[in-house]
Design a protein around this ligand. Structure first.
Ligand code: GLY
Length: 363
């Protein structure tokens, strides 16, 4: 069992509009810019050595389409969705780059949700053995998770992210305006990762989520900028400490072993990723209470918060066999045992193997 408490140093700053900070990841300094309005001019692209990577959904956004056209930059528009997160899409990106004469100093610019960010980053990591990378995440999930921290990849032989690399973006531009039109379940998907960051750190962010629920659900731009900024500072602490996930970064998988298994067992499209993670965090805390590890009052406080944000925590109508197959296939094994991320209390997080009989009892 290992434990670590992130000490909340992330909060020793005063929030101001248009936030900018850097995250140091091995040899890359990632610049993160958070702002309300989309200011694509800031990208300062040299159109003769850049490639925009986006998908069909995004290319339907008139402002974005007009920007891409006026930038003079070549672009590759991929089909939308997880089904296209594969090596064929990477081939399309590389072909477009090669056709446009891009060299190793080229910048790949990914504009889209998690799938586009992961694929554009993977393509950048292998094109000419690594070119520059700029990401503009357009979903809340990709703003607070996929675009930050350098995990790249594609699915392979039905396994999520089986082929990939660690390759952080040089710059990430987060524009709150993109969130205005995000479907409710996609919005909730990203919020779950923010709530996870709060539970991993300390009371300040958790209190912020409890106190500002209405404004957050109404997607008020100012509060969202502040929330995303606070959330990213928590993730930054983890990835700066353990970029290649040899230890503490695994805590960012809190709720994910249960959640991924639910995604696999509940049927396609029933839960977004974050909605399944919210269910998984609640089940992890339930398991912790059962083995006498987790403070019961804390577990109840988290359940109340998640219910308040509208997550379906009592969902039981899924295929148990598929669920346990997914648990068995989980990548996070140690000495053949699946490791679950558990908590004693806020900011007190552990990695621990759980008896599968206990898992059965809590699902
Ligand atoms: N999404 C978890 C991580 O970046 O490690």
């Amino acid at each position: 069992m290992n434990t670590a408490i992130v000490n909340g140093a992330a909060f020793c700053y005063t929030y101001k509009s248009m936030d900018k900070f850097t995250i140091n990841l091995e040899t890359t300094e990632s610049l993160i810019v958070i702002d309300k309005e989309i200011a694509l001019g800031r990208l300062e692209i040299n159109p003769s050595n850049a490639l925009i990577v986006t998908d069909k959904t995004l290319s339907g956004n008139a402002a974005l389409a007009s920007y891409i056209k006026s930038s003079g930059c070549p672009s590759v528009v991929l089909p939308s969705g997880e089904a296209y997160k594969n090596l064929e899409s990477i081939k399309k990106i590389a072909e477009a780059a090669l056709r446009s004469g891009l060299d190793r100093q080229a910048v790949f610019i990914g504009i889209g949700g998690g799938v586009i960010c992961d694929m554009c980053a993977f393509a950048a990591s292998v094109y000419m053995r690594g070119c520059r990378l700029v990401l503009l995440p357009t979903s809340l999930l990709s703003m607070v998770d996929a675009s930050i921290g350098g995990k790249t990849g594609v699915d392979f032989l039905e396994k999520k992210n089986l082929i990939g690399s660690f390759y952080p973006a040089d710059k990430v531009f987060i524009y709150i305006d993109f969130l205005k039109t995000l479907p409710e379940s996609e919005y909730r998907s990203g919020l779950a990762e923010i709530i996870k960051h709060a539970l991993l750190t300390g009371p300040e962010l958790l209190g912020f989520l409890e106190d500002n629920k209405e404004l957050i659900m109404r997607r008020k731009a100012g509060i969202l900028e502040e929330l995303i900024s606070k959330s990213l500072r928590v993730k930054a602490e983890y990835i700066e400490t353990d970029f290649r996930e040899q230890g503490i970064r695994a805590h960012l998988n809190f709720g994910h072993t249960f959640g991924h298994a639910l995604e696999a067992a509940a049927g396609l499209g029933r839960f977004t990723h974050g909605e399944a993670v919210a269910w998984g965090m609640e089940r992890s805390l339930r398991a912790g209470v059962k083995i006498g590890l987790t403070d019961r009052n804390y577990a109840e406080r988290v359940r109340a918060l998640l219910l308040g944000y509208g997550y379906n925590l009592d969902f039981e109508d899924f295929d148990r066999k598929l669920f346990f197959e997914a648990i068995a296939a989980d990548k996070k094994k140690k000495n053949g045992q699946i490791q679950f991320i558990l908590q004693r209390n806020i900011g007190e997080t552990f990695s621990k193997a759980l008896d599968l009989e206990l898992v059965k009892e809590v699902i």
